[in-house]
Design a protein around this ligand. Structure first.
Ligand SMILES: *Cc1c(COP(=O)(O)O)cnc(C)c1O
Length: 464
């Protein structure tokens, strides 16, 4: 163990201090009632300034982030977020605003929101957006409330069910349930696309709509979206588009043109805000003409939503400009297909067609399993990647395959980075075939190797 791997409490030395106050400095604590005063000193580590600096700097390096290495993390678009966005969002003229300021003094911020509305409308093919929702799932709930308003306003009170494909992101059925809707599942075919024949008998006067994403969670474009759109509209339902990750579409196609009526975007994914650890987010909801009259009904958050995230998205779009926004989709798709083709000699590719921004392997072709040694699983591969300095892809999702490894390289990675990742994945496949024990014990070089994942999730101890 290295000296600075010690806890800061272990470095503590009684009487040592990292600061000094001017002598004669006195603060009158007389105003505090006795019973509120601390009876014994707070048990803080007593260390020098440099020990504190090393403590925090070392902690920062124990983590893995997109600023330290490649992150092939599908479905969450954990993509590189250009630093100019942070600079713009941190500008004191914006951070100093107060939500209760008179409207005529915040015209600049209002202009940012209006311009972002126009840009997103142009990119997606929708009329207007509300920026109140503060996350993707929050946007889904808002969008479903809009769909409900639409049906109610027409006196159509019996549309209580929403159709969700079995490949959907988990938030889709959850949001529908929170909105009081009943979920009806439509199955995927073996080629990963929605089974239109399975969809037809589900449609009727009780259907509020369908929630879809296209390309879907397997990274496949739903080629029959035109047919699906006319079938759902034909029964009086609306189409909801989960646009959390629109990387593959940027500049190529627009959900508005595919027949969708309502969508949410995750500005914190596609439009570039760092969002690890649950926030901050922004899930604006866009509507087509049909739903426009209801756009401002749900008041799902205070004031104007998460303005800092909007600011980052606006800076990102302006920085790229119209032509380069259009390049993000093709580059994301090219990078995904490149990796997919280069590794299919070693990893099982259940759906061997052209993918969009992401694709799914189903574990190794040769996982090194013998009678006495179990084979290398997807978890082993994910853990071993850390030893080679890469983050793991999404694993065991979607649930359609037992050993799912979902890979999404995104548009910003160079061919050299993709090649380095491909080399490492080949190396891991060779290790699995020869000596799977190396993989079973991975990662070998991280501060913590393999926590008990269930206990860590169910009973986290987040303080010493
Ligand atoms: C991330 C994601 C969501 C949920 O977004 P949150 O901001 O985490 O609530 C919904 N759908 C898809 C496809 C996603 O990738």
């Amino acid at each position: 163990m290295k000296y600075y791997d010690k806890l800061i409490f272990e470095l503590s030395h009684s009487g040592r201090s990292g600061y000094s106050l001017p002598s004669g400095f006195d603060v009158d604590c007389g105003c505090l009632p006795q019973h509120l005063k601390r009876q014994s000193p707070l048990e803080l580590p007593e260390v020098s300034e440099v020990d504190v600096v090393r403590h925090y700097t070392n902690l920062s390096q124990m983590n893995f982030g997109v600023d330290t290495g490649f992150y092939p993390l599908g479905s969450c678009t954990m993509k590189y977020n250009p630093k100019i966005n942070e600079e713009m969002a941190a500008h004191s003229l914006f951070t100093g605003l107060h939500p209760l300021q008179p409207a005529e003094t915040v015209k600049g911020a209002q202009e940012v929101i209006d311009n972002l509305d126009h840009a997103l409308a142009a990119i997606t093919g929708f009329k207007h957006f509300t920026f109140l929702p503060c996350a993707g799932a929050h946007g889904e709930l808002t969008g479903l409330m809009l769909i409900r308003e639409y049906h109610m306003a027409r006196g159509d009170f019996n549309r209580t069910k929403v159709i969700v494909p079995d490949s959907a992101h988990g938030t889709n059925p959850a949001s529908a349930a929170v909105c009081g809707l009943e979920i009806v599942v439509v199955k995927s075919r073996p080629d990963g696309l929605i089974d239109v024949e399975d969809l037809k008998p589900l449609l009727g006067p009780d259907i509020a709509g369908i929630m879809m994403t296209n390309p879907n969670t397997l990274g496949l474009f739903e080629k029959e979206i035109g047919k699906i759109s006319s079938l759902v509209h034909g029964c009086g339902g609306l189409l909801y588009y989960d646009g959390a990750n629109t990387n593959a579409l940027l500049g190529e196609v627009r959900p508005g043109d595919m027949g969708f009526d309502v969508l949410h975007l995750n500005l914190h994914k596609t439009f570039s805000t760092p969002h690890g650890g649950g926030g901050p987010g922004s899930g604006p909801v866009g509507v087509a003409e049909s739903v426009l009259p209801y756009l401002n009904i749900p008041k799902v958050s205070g004031f104007h939503g998460n303005f800092g995230v909007m600011m980052r998205a606006y800076a990102y779009i302006l920085m790229l400009g119209r032509e380069n926004v259009k390049m993000a989709g093709p580059y994301a798709v090219l990078a995904a297909n490149y990796i997919k083709e280069c590794l299919k000699d070693a990893y099982k590719l259940p759906i061997p067609t052209v993918c969009k921004h992401e694709f799914v392997y189903d574990g190794l072709i040769n996982d090194g399993a013998h009678d006495d040694v179990p084979g290398a699983t997807t978890l082993d591969i994910a853990k071993r990647l850390l030893d080679y300095g890469f983050h793991a892809p999404t694993i065991y999702f979607p649930l359609l395959f037992h050993q799912a490894l979902m890979i999404e390289p995104t548009e910003t990675e160079s061919k050299e980075t993709l090649d380095a990742f491909i080399d490492v994945m080949h190396k891991i496949a060779e290790e699995a075939a020869k000596d799977p024990e190396i993989l079973h014990g991975a990662p070998h070089d991280t501060p913590i190797s393999r926590p008990d994942e269930t206990t860590a999730a169910r009973n986290p101890i987040v303080k010493a």
